[in-house]
Ligand binder design. Structure first.
Ligand SMILES: [Zn+2]
Length: 128
């Protein structure tokens, strides 16, 4: 976790090697299930049983290709990343298991997320 370029605060660029996994909006990837009324609810964690909006990120945006989940204490919302093999994205989401040097990349389908799997990638990071 060492940066090698600095352009001052805001717009600072670093190249960081991160463990990138893939996810989609499905219940398996995002920890939701349907209750008896078939409404989507959190499957576990502190919000268990509470209603969940499917496909809406922690920052309130609609999840789409290019949406990245990260540890926002390291990469705040709005951090842009260029990920080899995936493309450009923005940190708009977070997840319980996504901490430190881990990121999660959004894919449209579960199959695509599985195909990405788990990869170590050197990412160009531009802080907001
Ligand atoms: Zn999925």
């Amino acid at each position: 976790m060492a940066g090698c370029a600095s352009l001052g605060k805001g717009g600072r660029v670093e190249y960081i090697t991160l463990e990138a996994t893939g996810y989609c909006k499905c219940g398996e990837c995002c920890g939701w299930r349907r209750n008896l009324l078939l409404q989507p609810v959190y499957a576990y964690g502190p919000m268990e049983g509470e209603k969940k909006k499917i496909g809406i990120t922690a920052s309130g945006t609609k999840a789409k290709k290019g949406t990245i989940a990260a540890d926002t204490s390291v990469f705040p919302f709005g951090t842009r990343m260029r990920i080899p093999g995936y493309g450009d994205g923005v940190v708009e989401d977070r997840g319980g298991a996504i901490q430190g040097g881990k990121i999660d990349l959004f894919f449209k389908t579960h199959k695509q997320a599985l195909e990405w799997g788990r990869q170590m990638v050197t990412v160009e990071v531009r802080y907001p």
